[in-house]
Design a protein around this ligand. Structure first.
Ligand SMILES: *[C@@H]1O[C@H](CO)[C@@H](O)[C@H](O)[C@H]1NC(C)=O
Ligand SMILES: *[C@@H]1O[C@H](CO)[C@@H](O)[C@H](O)[C@H]1NC(C)=O
Ligand SMILES: *[C@@H]1O[C@H](CO)[C@@H](O)[C@H](O)[C@H]1NC(C)=O
Length: 316
């Protein structure tokens, strides 16, 4: 992970009384503390000047402090944040289960999301901030650098539109299913306002366009940013360089859901054929399981997290 080349790592303690605030309003570390776990904030400066926030649960009441714990690093996906690993609370969400089982849990936040919006020299109102690693051209023609940031306004709207008793709660769910696959049974409607106050957590338009490029590129593959007519200037070739999946020697377990349009089973099988060290390709045991069920399903512990824990235990 090149962008995580750590130049400095500093640590802050979280303060403030948070017990009387609603979960919608709390940050990831504040939520962790509210539910009785220790939380730490660490900042990481990248080579190109971004200041990223990492959140850590170093131990738990079920597994006291020790300096020999194994580290688990959890990295969220597009539009998400560290909150996704803890949002359903202790006993359910993966971050807490891992801390209880004795792991030292670190959760990353991608550049541009709610927690990683600082840069040594650039401000988030500058298009350059959102134009990661670029010399010429890029996002100016779009006029925007950021998509779907979560803020006080979106939190208020989500709360109003999605809470229990709201006549628009059904619309709220349908908007969600349009993106992630239809699986109403696994949605805990009471949790919707909290979930939607934390997600989407913002991302750079460029990251989204890069996904779109990967989908539309033939032949399939993971390529660096496509500058089209100016590729030659940037890369010395007409096509962007491909990331070499064959060089990923790490043992990998892939999990997929049958009803996930964003992580389609066909693509998962294709990927497992290319990665050199895949240990297992695991189908989540629910036919309607969709993209969000990995994080927010009512039965996420049974469907996903228990399997993650078993896999980690077996590969200690
Ligand atoms: C870690 O250290 C504790 C004592 O501090 C010890 O009881 C435990 O067995 C150690 N665990 C491992 C995995 O080495
Ligand atoms: C918490 O969020 C709700 C909306 O979810 C808002 O109405 C309220 O004012 C917020 N409270 C604080 C203290 O920010
Ligand atoms: C749904 O969320 C609420 C609020 O966190 C919780 O009390 C309840 O147990 C959850 N229901 C299920 C079925 O997980």
């Amino acid at each position: 992970m090149i962008w995580l080349s750590l130049l400095t790592l500093s640590c802050l303690l979280i303060t403030g009384i948070t017990a009387d605030l609603k979960d919608e309003n709390l940050t990831t570390p504040q939520l962790i503390e509210k539910y009785g776990y220790p939380a730490e904030i660490h900042t990481v400066d990248t080579e190109d000047g971004y200041i990223l926030q990492m959140h850590r649960i170093p131990y738990s009441s079920k597994s006291p402090k020790a300096d020999n714990k194994s580290v688990v690093f959890l990295q969220h996906g597009l539009f998400a944040s560290s909150a996704d690993w803890i949002i359903l609370g202790p006993g359910v969400s993966l971050g807490y289960l891992l801390a209880d089982a004795g792991y030292d849990v670190w959760m990353g936040n991608a550049r541009g999301n709610t927690y990683s919006r600082n840069h040594l020299t650039l401000s988030t109102s500058s298009v350059k901030f959102w134009d990661f690693r670029i010399v010429v051209g890029g996002l100016e023609w779009l006029g925007v650098g950021e998509l779907f940031a979560s803020n006080a306004f979106t939190t208020w709207v989500m709360d109003l539109a999605c809470k229990d008793g709201s006549i628009t709660q059904g619309m709220c769910m349908n908007a969600m299913f349009a993106f992630i696959g239809y699986d109403p049974v696994e949605v805990n409607k009471t949790m919707l306002p909290v979930i939607l106050a934390h997600t989407p957590a913002g991302a750079s338009t460029k990251s989204v366009l890069h996904y779109a490029q990967e989908i539309s590129t033939i032949p399939h593959g993971f390529y660096q940013w496509n500058y089209y007519v100016t590729n030659f200037v940037h890369y010395g070739s007409f096509y962007p360089p491909e990331y070499d999946l064959k060089s990923i020697g790490t043992p990998i377990t892939l999990m997929y859901c049958d009803n996930d349009p964003l992580g389609d089973p066909t693509d998962v099988f294709e990927l497992s054929g290319v990665l050199p060290n895949v240990k297992e390709v695991y189908e989540v045991a629910l036919k309607t399981c969709n993209h969000q069920d990995f994080l927010w399903a009512k039965d996420v512990k049974f469907l996903v997290n228990d399997k993650v824990m078993r896999t980690l235990r077996a590969n200690k």
